[in-house]
Ligand binder design. Structure first.
Ligand code: MHF
Ligand code: KIV
Ligand code: MG
Length: 269
């Protein structure tokens, strides 16, 4: 069983591997492949749920997916990604929504897309026993404002990210995701912090890496420029499903061994 303390202690020594998962089947595979951290990402909105952004994803959807992933993940740390407007609107509601992931759904921690408004909430959650992973750089829940472009590319923006990273470490976050920022900024943030940084499109000097599982498996229709496809599951699924369809249409499936008969049922009329 991986704990938030284990992950924190991997900073600067062992590369941390994180991957999204949205169901028990995928969680079992990723767990057996030795992935350290499974993120129940709100990217499920883009992947399994078929939306064109993460904005419509609900607390109930993340809670349900977190339950499935937690049941499949025997060893990996499970982190629930808090959806758009499930935190930050109202303090009590934020704590209840985040607490529910740990108390009811089986998460080990929550992730919040961070900003100046999440410093106090991070501190409060950690104080209450809900571990928090921070997330800076590209935060897709702000896509209406920022789009999906690179972040932290000016000195001012980079300073703001570095400052917010420090403030979230001080607030008690156990790790920080850095998304779509220049590699030299991510390297300096990683140096400045004692908690691990986990990069996505943030270069090779972070303490760990995260990708969306559909992009890794080759299931995504479109994937970000910083992702890498390590398999062709869409091709394999297409072959398997086409094979099934052709076998039914040709009468090849089902064969005798796929059915059964009962003698006394002969000549019913
Ligand atoms: N399948 C998937 N993979 C992801 O990595 C991912 C999601 N979904 N959904 C949530 C966010 C959205 N992400 C994205 C999506 C698109 C770009 C992208 O295409 N960026 C281009 C265009 C920028 C623009 O539109 O201005 C770039 O060159 O930066 C980057 C990150 C990362 N996350
Ligand atoms: C890409 C990761 C960091 C994420 O937030 C998600 O998958 O929702
Ligand atoms: Mg997310």
């Amino acid at each position: 069983m991986t704990t938030v303390r284990d992950v924190r202690e991997m900073a600067g020594s062992t590369p941390i591997t994180m991957l999204t998962a949205y169901d028990a089947t995928t969680a079992r595979v990723a767990n057996d492949a030795g992935i350290d951290v499974l993120l129940v990402g709100d990217s499920v909105g883009n992947t399994d749920l078929g939306y064109d952004s993460t904005l419509p994803v609900t607390v109930d959807e993340i809670a349900s997916r977190t339950g499935a992933v937690a049941r499949g993940a025997a060893d990996a740390l499970v982190v629930a990604d808090m959806p758009f407007l499930s935190f930050g609107v109202d303090d009590a509601e934020s704590v209840r929504n985040c607490g529910r992931m740990v108390k009811e759904a089986g998460a080990d921690a929550v992730k919040l897309e961070s900003g100046p408004h999440t410093v106090e909430l991070t501190e409060r959650l950690v104080e209450l026993g809900v571990p928090v992973m921070a997330h800076l750089g590209l935060t897709p829940q702000r896509m209406k404002e920022t789009g999906y472009g690179r972040q932290g590319t000016t000195r001012d923006d980079a300073h703001e990210i570095l400052d917010l990273a420090r403030r979230h470490e001080d607030a008690g976050a156990f790790a920080l995701v850095l998304e779509h920022v220049p590699a030299n900024l991510a390297a300096q943030v990683t140096d400045a912090l004692s908690i691990p940084t986990i990069g996505i499109g943030a270069g090779g000097d972070c303490d760990g890496q995260v990708l969306v599982v559909d992009d890794v498996l080759g299931l995504s229709e479109r994937s970000p420029p910083f992702s890498k496809q390590f398999g062709d599951l869409r091709g394999e699924m297409l072959d398997a499903v086409s094979g099934y369809r052709e076998a039914v249409e040709s009468g090849e499936f089902p064969a005798e061994e796929h059915g059964h008969t009962a003698d006394e049922l002969d000549e019913l009329y």
